[in-house]
Write a protein that binds this ligand. Structure first.
Ligand code: SF4
Length: 422
């Protein structure tokens, strides 16, 4: 049950948090939600008054990376704030009880939390063999997720596996794993894909709920726009090197030492929607591109199959021509545009030449130009039209010119490979 005396600010001050640090947290959450700074007082006031939210954290077919991200949220600020913001009532890794006493929490949620609770789901949900690859209290995890999420104030699916099945659902997977949206389609859901999810986005989602009494706006796959509305590539710290054609060509080469762009070593930043480049991990300490490893596209649908291999450019996006790469498609487009430009230039030149000759002949007929002058006119087609400048043979960096984030629905641009399961 939520008790007012357990409000977040009271809990924080008991821990010795200063007012200044608390206001700083409110400002950081406002920035994470991509809201104007004028919203900071509202966000801060809402968090200050907020009761601690009971959270039921379910973990299915997962490596534990999202729990690790949750617990390792850089301290002392964000980690403590998050743990104080939430009252984690059920989490198999964190709770002291086990067995029937623990399971009783998820089977009596309505009685225990009449004012409601938040559900957080980590990991994929097996559905093959009636879901018996993963059970909780002897019941298929699938059924528990459906029941808990449908009764929650809101559900947050954390990580790539809870988003759409993640790596357990990749080709060769035997458990028929899916994400939360597939087993609890009626739940009020926000998905925070990533491998692992960024804990800043989890905190910001909860802060949004507390401040506005509703979940943040999402795309059709439940990913909030504030975190997944823009391409990583557009705000990447190595973007200038991409534009200047300065690429790392081999691990440890001169370009790697100088921090050049990782595009040619398979960085999927130009195809991936997420705020990693701005929020980063570990309280803004670093992220994979900063550390010298390209983006692997882990926030995108079926990323393990669709965005791999990790260190190569994306394979073909044309299903019936699997050997054609995205770079080859770019080259073909550049060549096609150059050919069309040449044809257009030739036609324009020939038309202007013909008009000029006709005008001169009319002038001669009217006696304004001599026959000798008329002979100086070139016959149509006698002179080769000047060809336009040849197009570059390599795709230029502007191939990935910035895209308006607001105009893009990430769901519409996700690669969607065929379901590899039978
Ligand atoms: S390709 Fe990758 S490393 Fe290069 S600018 Fe884009 S996101 Fe950054």
């Amino acid at each position: 049950m939520i008790r007012p005396e357990d409000g977040l600010y009271a809990a924080l001050t008991r821990r010795g948090m200063t007012r200044r640090a608390f206001l700083k947290f409110g400002a950081a959450m406002t920035a994470a939600l991509a809201l104007p700074a004028t919203y900071a007082p509202r966000i801060t006031a809402a968090i200050e008054r907020a009761p601690r939210l009971p959270v039921i954290w379910l973990r299915g077919q997962a490596c534990g990376g999202d729990t690790e991200a949750f617990l390792a949220a850089a301290g002392p600020s964000v980690g403590e704030l998050l743990l104080d913001l939430l009252s984690v009532e059920y989490h198999e890794t964190l709770m002291g009880t086990s067995g029937e006493a623990a399971t009783a929490v998820v089977t009596s949620l309505a009685d225990r939390y009449p004012d409601g609770y938040f559900a957080v789901v980590e990991g994929a949900i097996p559905t093959a063999d009636d879901g018996m690859a993963c059970t909780l209290g002897g019941r298929p995890f699938r059924d528990v997720v459906r029941e808990v999420c449908n009764g929650a104030l809101a559900t947050i699916a954390v990580g790539a596996c809870a988003f759409d099945g993640g790596t357990p659902a990749s080709s060769g997977g035997a458990t028929g794993s899916v994400g939360v949206a597939d087993v609890a389609p009626d739940a009020r859901l926000v998905s925070l894909p990533g491998c692992p999810m960024n804990v800043e986005n989890l905190t910001a989602t909860i802060a949004h709920y507390l401040a506005f009494d509703e979940l943040p706006a999402t795309d059709s796959r439940h990913r909030p726009y504030f975190a997944y509305g823009g391409l990583i590539h557009n705000l990447c710290e190595r973007r200038a090197h991409f534009e200047f054609g300065e690429f790392v060509l081999a691990w440890g080469d001169e370009g790697a030492q100088k921090g050049w762009c990782l595009y040619k070593l398979g960085c999927k930043g130009p195809e991936t929607f997420a705020n990693c480049a701005t929020v980063q991990y570990a309280s803004g300490t670093s992220w994979n591109v900063k550390a010298g490893q390209g983006c692997i596209g882990c926030t995108m649908r079926r990323f393990w199959d669709a965005m791999g291999p990790a260190h190569a450019r994306l394979p073909s996006t044309i299903p019936f021509a699997p050997t054609i790469t995205a770079d080859q498609i770019g080259l073909a487009l550049v060549g096609g545009v150059a050919a069309l430009t040449a044809v257009h230039g030739s036609a324009t030149y020939a038309r202007e030449l013909r008009n000029k000759v006709v005008a001169r002949r009319r002038a001669a007929a009217a006696g304004r130009v001599s026959a000798d002058q008329l002979q100086d006119d070139p016959a149509p087609g006698a002179t080769e039209p000047k060809a336009p400048e040849p197009a570059p043979s390599e795709p230029t960096p502007t191939e990935f010119a910035p895209t308006e984030p607001d105009a893009i629905d990430p769901a519409a641009t996700d690669p969607a490979p065929a379901d590899p399961r039978p």
